[in-house]
Design a protein around this ligand. Structure first.
Ligand code: FES
Length: 103
């Protein structure tokens, strides 16, 4: 794909307030829809690998289902420990009804 953008999902798969995980370029990433804007960070919690997309999304904050670490999906920043390292963040864009990611 040109410029490294990879089509990952259609917008209808991820309604506002929801998030899903996808395998992209050998990584496991999460895409979240907050009020119609899409954001992407790694799906694997930087604590000990919990699947973030199976946790909760409240506003811009995703909470890991294992030990409750929280991250801001806009930046990957840690909002609440026990995680200490931020999540890698990925660029997202929407073209028509397609969600594309650059990892
Ligand atoms: S694995 Fe996510 S908080 Fe522990």
């Amino acid at each position: 794909m040109t410029d490294g953008w990879i089509k990952v999902a259609s917008t209808s798969e991820i309604p506002p307030g929801m998030m899903k995980s996808y395998p992209v370029g050998g990584k496991d990433i999460l895409i979240a829809n907050v009020n119609g804007n899409y954001y992407s960070i790694d799906n694997r919690c930087t604590h000990i690998g919990g699947p973030l997309a199976r946790g909760k999304l409240a506003g811009y904050v995703v909470e890991c289902p294992l030990h409750g670490s929280q991250f801001d999906v806009r930046t990957g920043t840690v909002v609440r420990s026990p995680a200490e390292s931020p999540e890698p963040r990925h660029e997202v864009k929407v073209e028509g009804s397609e969600v594309l990611v650059r990892v």
